[in-house]
Design a protein around this ligand. Sequence first.
Ligand code: C5P
Ligand code: MG
Length: 195
Amino acid sequence: MLPEVVFVLGAPGAGKGTQCSLISEEFDFVHLSAGDLLREERQRPGSEYGEMIEEKIRNGEIVPVEVTCSLIHKAMEKSDKNRFLIDGFPRNKDNLDGWQRVMSDKTKLLFVLFFECSRELCTSRCLGRGAAGSGRSDDNLESLQKRFNTYMNDTLPIINHYDKLGMVRRVNAESAPSEVFEHVKKCFTNLDVQS
Ligand code: C5P
Ligand code: MG
């Protein structure tokens, strides 16, 4: 059976990572965060992409898909599981095209989970995360403005693309994590994947 995939999208600070952790605790999905995989690759001694990744992350820009897609692909292969939450991907047309080229025949996309949250709340969450010591070089106001521009200009069109295909499940992500998760659960319970 082809590996099954759910793409998880939403503005920076919408709660993608938090909800993916909760989903993977309750359902049989492996959480793969594109941002986390890129941050890991940036730290890997000898990585030829470290500096490029750091610059893109600090500027809220999107890393070329060849790098991101191969990290995702490797992480999927390393796992012995067959269902994946791919968090923070595809973020732009380059991501989408690269995935279609290399991965769409190898996987089955179940749906796109889209977290909706106001810019104000997302910004204050990311700034709070930075103040609490996230250590992320992009949880500051300047990077956040750039991340939001990228989200509006490059990521929303991808969500619209999947929306036209009827593949988007949207969840309001403005309340507390446990309350958001109550709604998220409904997207997964009809998949016969409960562990
Ligand atoms: O999803 P997350 O907020 O962790 O992403 C942090 C940064 O990682 C993004 O702003 C972007 O610079 C980079 N990224 C990327 N391509 C992706 C996901 C994340 O370049 N598909
Ligand atoms: Mg995240």
